[in-house]
Ligand binder design. Structure first.
Ligand code: PLP
Length: 810
């Protein structure tokens, strides 16, 4: 029996509408109704959260603090109702009150507080940590504007502001009494008290208030409830009365505006470092508020910070929150008066680091001068940390200056955040087996030889309750029937039992029917939203992810262009009909990525208008790819494009969402694809391309893309056509020159031409396999059955066992 019946929920919703909006149900708009539903669930969760907090305090449990500049939460209404076990009751209540439940779920804006995989991972981990009853808190910034909304106008990306808070704030609980103060700028003064004790004082500078707006996180099948703390920024002085009273009204509110700009907008660059002063302010703002908040609560409980590291783990999601290291040092030294060694011991037993990328353009290297002026005390501490580390390195490497230079924290006027993490964190992990090996062998090799035990792997995972059960109810029903009911929701490995049905014709047929129905549902959605009619008889071949050269959307385009040319040359050319679906946002300043979006749209317009492609080849660029669109698309996908240059994609999680929903993968041996291949074997995946070591080898020997162009006539024809362009008359010579000559970068940096022939073969194999529906269905079933290992519950169990050393629900 659920704790709340439909009737209970109805009464609670009516109460909310009256008290918060002053209306009865018949006067309520859908927005009021959505907000009332959210608030009702929020109350249930916050009551549970208080109990959880009590229990954590009573048992003095060790806590996890997950720091991330991004949490790509998506929508929460259906998710929270699902986790609370009241989804059916809530739907019934909504309908009884005269609203449509599906329409209401659609009203909710995505909480788009992230760019892509890294932010979505943090969201999945919150769900799993809570479900596994780990006392955990997430921390981030309460961005007023999330990831921009994408419109395609004349084939090109246009960005619109994503103002999610007017509706999305229904989930947030402001905790004004837990406000923290964060200091910026000014000068540091050394002060000695009468006993000769050293103190630090600040002269000048500005304070910014950090106000928590907490989002409750419900677990599944448990009353355990955690919190995502979103810090909002406010000025301590709303207006400067001195200026105001002299008539300088605008100037009087300037400081307030300066403070509030910190939480204004999420930086929209994925896997890319931008050395912007406002970004550094965001990082320090959120890190300082978080550390102060954790320390304040710890002291209230224990009266000292001496046992801090026994009670807390601070997990940092990539290097963006690295300033926790000097910030915690600052509190221990300046506020608690501890000596350096004791403070350093506490810090280095508290903080753990997850690396997310080895792309050099993504590595954060903050200019000394920026840190020095914005954070003068932090700068002093960084120098001390750096000097001590360097002395230690000199000794360990017997003065080998090349090694010391590579590993230094401060070098050439820059602070290298990854090196600071390696120096100070008790654990460093990569996010897939391959990626973690590359960290040890390559990027952080010297640090690894010094301290091998520090380096771990935790392969990423996804919340299978959201990404399978919630979004694909028909598949969920099939799994329940075949795998012992809802057991798999808490034991993702139970999906293995599906495999007993790999040769069962009726199960295979049922799986095929589910996919066909999901394709129709998705096609209906696309038709409603865009008017485009997708051919549901063709294979849905999907590449959705951020637009990046290393992810190689352009390789997919080369191949589609190849198919198109074959069709034009010979209308009887035999191949499996395909609908190619793309979805991708480009960082607003990433010109090449934007050109690739434009190219996909030019190609799409030409192909979709050409009668020779009718019922055989269709290309659609889906606008504004985001969590809520992914949720509709994954259940309808048949072929998953995971085609990054081997060695470049740290893990990928999109690949896992597709696999769980029964899409087959065409991909390189990169990131977690390697482990997917291990699970399913050669016969249930379409692998192609160079392997990571072969990519490196080829680069070292001097890769010449031009030779592939000259030697493969079909490839040459494709590239020549892209250079000329398609029916809209837009030429793409910038892109083709990049492939052939480099244009500043190395020619074809991501080796599309080297992998083209192999990709074309893999595409042909996939097309061939699709012609046998039963065989295809069997492969899909095997993929689903072996996808349990990619549930984020497994990832969190790994973190808990290997890094955090905290107990989890059995
Ligand atoms: C899962 C997800 C991603 C990550 O996809 P990759 O293919 O792993 O890069 C990006 N964006 C959204 C909206 C997602 O849901």
């Amino acid at each position: 029996m659920p704790e709340y019946t439909k009737k209970d929920l109805e009464e609670l919703i009516i109460g909310k509408l009256r008290r918060n909006f002053g209306r009865d149900v018949d006067e309520a708009t859908a927005i009021h109704m959505f907000k009332a539903c959210a608030m009702v669930l929020r109350d249930i969760m916050s009551a549970r959260q208080l109990k959880t907090e009590d229990k954590v305090q009573r048992t003095h449990a060790r806590q996890i603090h997950y720091l991330s500049l991004e949490f790509l939460m998506g929508r929460s209404l259906m998710k929270n109702a699902y986790n609370l076990g009241v989804l059916e009751e809530l739907k019934g209540a909504i309908e009884d009150l005269g609203f449509s439940a599906p329409d209401l779920f659609e009203i909710e804006p995505d909480a788009g507080l992230g760019n892509g995989g890294l932010g979505r991972l943090a969201a999945c981990y919150l769900d799993s940590m809570t479900t596994l009853e780990i006392p955990a808190t997430g921390y981030t910034i309460c961005y007023e504007l999330g990831i921009f909304k994408q419109k395609i106008i004349d084939g090109q990306q246009v960005e619109l502001a994503d103002n999610w808070l007017p509706v999305g704030d229904a989930w947030l609980i402001p905790k004004v009494d837990e406000t923290e103060k964060v200091h910026f700028g000014g000068r540091v003064k050394d002060v000695w008290d009468e006993n000769g004790g050293h103190r630090v004082a600040y002269e000048g500078g500005t304070d910014v208030l950090a106000i928590p707006r907490d989002m409750e996180i419900a677990g599944y099948g448990t009353e355990h409830t955690n919190v995502l703390r979103l810090w909002d920024a406010k000025s301590p002085d709303p207006v400067d009365m001195k200026l105001f009273s002299t008539g300088q009204y605008l100037k009087a509110v300037e400081q307030q505006a300066m403070a509030e700009v910190i939480a204004k907008v999420l930086y929209p660059e994925d896997n890319h470092y931008e050395g912007k002063s406002l970004r550094l302010k965001q990082q320090y703002f959120f890190v300082s508020a978080t550390v102060q908040s954790i320390c304040r609560k710890h002291k209230a409980e224990y009266g000292t910070l001496r046992n801090f590291h026994e009670k807390h783990v601070i997990q940092i999601n990539d290097t963006h929150p690295t300033l926790v290291i000097p910030e915690l040092m600052r509190i221990l030294l300046d506020q608690e008066g501890y000596g350096w060694d004791e403070a350093w011991h506490i810090v280095t037993h508290t903080v753990a680091y997850t690396n997310h990328t080895i792309l050099s353009e993504a590595l954060e290297r903050w200019p000394q001068q920026l840190i020095e002026t914005l954070l003068p005390r932090i700068w002093q501490l960084l120098i001390e940390i750096s000097n001590r580390y360097q002395a230690q390195l000199n000794e360990a490497f017997h003065g080998d200056q090349a090694k010391v230079r590579d590993m230094a924290v401060i070098w050439g006027g820059e602070v290298r955040m990854a090196n600071l993490c390696i120096c100070a964190c008790f654990a460093v992990n990569g996010v897939s087996a391959l990626h973690s090996e590359i960290l040890k062998k390559d990027v952080f090799h010297d640090a690894y030889t010094q301290n091998p035990g520090k380096f771990k792997n935790v392969t990423n995972g996804i919340d299978h309750r959201r990404w399978l059960s919630e979004i694909n109810p028909a598949l969920d029903a099939l799994i329940r029937e075949c795998c012992g009911g809802d057991d798999y929701l808490l034991r993702p490995d139970a999906v293995q039992k599906l495999e007993k049905y790999r040769d069962d014709p009726s199960a295979l047929k049922r799986l095929a029917d589910i996919k066909a129905e999901n394709k129709r549902a998705f096609a209906n959605y696309v038709a409603r939203e865009t008017g485009i009619i997708l051919n549901t008889d063709a294979m849905f071949d999907v590449q959705v992810k951020r637009l990046h050269e290393y992810k190689r959307q352009l390789l997919n385009v080369l191949h589609i262009t190849y198919l198109y040319q074959r069709l034009k040359a010979d209308p009887n050319f035999q191949f499996t009909p395909r609908v190619y679906l793309f979805g991708a946002k480009a960082a607003p300043g990433y010109a090449v990525a934007k050109q690739i979006i434009h190219l996909i749209n030019s190609l799409s317009a030409t192909i979709n208008a050409d009668p020779v492609c009718r019922d055989r080849l269709q290309v659609v660029f889906l606008e504004n790819y985001r969590v809520s669109l992914a949720e509709k698309l994954m259940p309808a996908s048949e072929l998953s494009e995971q085609i990054s240059t081997a060695g470049k994609e740290a893990s990928g999680t999109g690949n896992m969402k597709f696999m769980m929903n029964g899409a087959l993968t065409i991909g390189t041996l990169d990131g977690a694809n390697v482990e997917m291949h291990q699970q399913v074997g050669d016969e249930n995946i379409f692998l192609f391309g160079l392997k990571a070591d072969e990519v490196a080898e080829k680069k070292a020997r001097g890769y010449r893309s031009y030779e592939y162009y000259m030697q493969d006539a079909a490839l040459k024809a494709v590239i020549d056509q892209i250079a000329r362009g398609f029916d809209d008359g837009v030429a793409y010579t910038d892109l083709t020159n990049r492939l052939l000559f480099g244009n500043g970068a190395p020619a074809d940096e991501y080796m599309l031409l080297a992998d083209f022939a192999s990709y074309r073969d893999a595409q042909a194999r996939a097309g061939q396999a699709y012609l046998d529906p039963k065989d295809w269905s069997r492969m899909a079933l095997i993929n689903i059955a072996r996808s349990g290992i990619f549930a984020s519950d497994r990832s969190i169990r790994d973190y808990a066992r290997d890094i955090w050393h905290v107990p989890v629900k059995k």
